[in-house]
Ligand binder design. Structure first.
Ligand SMILES: NC(=O)c1ccc[n+]([C@@H]2O[C@H](COP(=O)([O-])OP(=O)(O)OC[C@H]3O[C@@H](n4cnc5c(N)ncnc54)[C@H](O)[C@@H]3O)[C@@H](O)[C@H]2O)c1
Length: 404
């Protein structure tokens, strides 16, 4: 069977097995080059590094990039959790299912321990129990725990109640221009304000409650190494996106993550204890990026401006910089943060000159000057690659005989 992308309303409904695997191999190769550069550089010393990393949300986007950097950049043994669909006789799996398998294969090739779970709900007690069992069986403690979940639903593990997250403004309607990244047609999107119940539910799904449950569970079994590091990822973005993002339902959940980071450090930070941070990352294209109004247009313009200035970064570039220039510099060097205690790796995106240029372009962008002002092709390519399409070196005319 020849597999072509099936796209509906900026959502890709299928994946290309070989493309997904190849994409992971290409990313791992980039990380190995980075490792070479790192070993020659004087910025880092080898004693500051992760040894046993737990990645919650490991199969795509920022979680996969973090895991690749921890394993192939620093030689860490990794345990990863994700929620992906397996293939059926008639349908390929979701992209992360292939990514996990390829990651495990590459890790095995390098003699690195890796355990990947593609179908255990990270919000469940079972997932925490599994992470505990693996550490006990293999006699290690986690020194890095990365929380990189993006989910629209969560079942509370104690009550069984299902909560849903929504991306909505708070207090008033949001209206903004958006673009279909495949037809390149502009349209006005409007989103009604969230109800109190929707705000509460979004915080329940995307806030810090589950992150805290993970850390509590590991701490209770004494499975966090001295000075272990835990991070959750967040985004701030430019003020014009705040009504739908930072000041909206997701922003409330992200504030809760920030409060949780402080709480975790308060609870477990004393005497050589846990260090806990929210890292504010840059806007990149992942599976869900295209569905938030304004975001595809903003990211496409951001890509164009950053590429013109040779400062463009994708997920992997971000994570290589996060690890080498924030988390693991020379031993004894603190982790740089902003005044709120957050790690900022969105610094290049948020620079005033980049932001001014984007604002000026967005004020005049339309269908006639789209390619001159924005990199829609780059957005589209990253989006397709996240589903295994448009990956260099893959023969897309080749018959796929198995979806495994
Ligand atoms: N994409 C961006 O531009 C961007 C920017 C800054 C910060 N972030 C943040 O980074 C984090 C990760 O986002 P992403 O864009 O990489 O998302 P993504 O969709 O690529 O990855 C989400 C991961 O969560 C896993 N997952 C979802 N539900 C799960 C469940 N119930 N159990 C186990 N695993 C589950 C998926 O399998 C996947 O591995 C989010 O907190 C997001 O807000 C994203």
């Amino acid at each position: 069977m020849i597999i072509k992308p099936m796209i509906r309303n900026n959502i890709c409904l299928n994946a290309h097995p070989e493309g997904c695997r190849k994409e992971v191999r290409l990313q791992a190769a980039r990380v190995m080059n980075f490792r070479e550069r790192l070993s020659k550089s004087s910025i880092n010393d080898s004693s500051a590094k992760p040894n046993h990393a737990l990645i919650i949300g490991c199969s795509t986007g920022y979680g996969l990039a973090s895991r690749l950097v921890a394993a192939f950049g620093y030689g860490a043994e990794t345990v990863g959790f994700s929620y992906e669909k397996e293939p059926s006789a008639t349908k390929p799996a979701t992209p992360g299912w292939y990514a996990n398998k390829e990651f495990d294969r590459l890790a095995q090739e390098k003699g690195l321990f890796a355990a990947s779970f593609s179908q255990i709900d990270a919000f469940s007690h079972t997932a925490k129990q599994k992470a505990i069992e693996i550490a006990l069986e293999n006699k290690f403690k986690y020194d890095l725990v990365i929380y990189s979940l993006a989910s629209s639903v969560r079942v509370d593990p104690d009550t069984g109640v299902l909560y849903r997250s929504v991306i909505k403004p708070i207090g008033r309607q949001y209206a903004g221009r958006t673009i279909d990244i495949f037809t390149e047609k502009f349209s006005e999107a409007s989103v009604q304000p969230a109800t109190e119940e929707e705000i509460t539910q979004t915080i329940k799904v995307m806030g810090g409650e589950d992150w805290q449950l993970w850390i509590d569970a590991l701490k209770k079994k004494d499975l966090l190494a001295p000075e272990a590091l835990t991070l959750a990822y967040s985004y701030i973005g430019p003020p014009f996106s705040w009504p739908i993002y930072r000041d909206g339902t997701i922003g409330q959940a992200k504030l809760h993550l920030e409060e949780t980071a402080k709480l975790l450090e308060k609870n477990y930070g004393k005497d050589n204890g846990l260090r806990s941070f929210v890292s504010i990352n840059k806007a990149v294209v992942t599976r869900a990026s295209a569905v938030i109004p304004i975001i595809p247009l903003y990211i496409s313009t951001l890509f164009k401006v950053m590429k013109e200035r040779n400062i463009h970064e994708d997920c992997l570039d971000q994570m290589m910089r996060l690890f080498s220039e924030r988390l693991y510099q020379k031993r004894g060097t603190g982790i740089p943060t902003d005044e709120e205690g957050r790690i900022r790796i969105d610094d290049l995106e948020m620079g005033p000159s980049v932001q001014n240029e984007i604002s000026s372009r967005l004020a005049r962008i339309d269908e006639s000057n789209l390619h001159e002002l924005a990199d829609v092709k780059g957005f589209r390519s990253d989006f397709l690659r996240a589903h295994g399409f448009d990956v260099p070196g893959v023969d897309y005319e080749r018959d796929i005989v198995s979806f495994e």
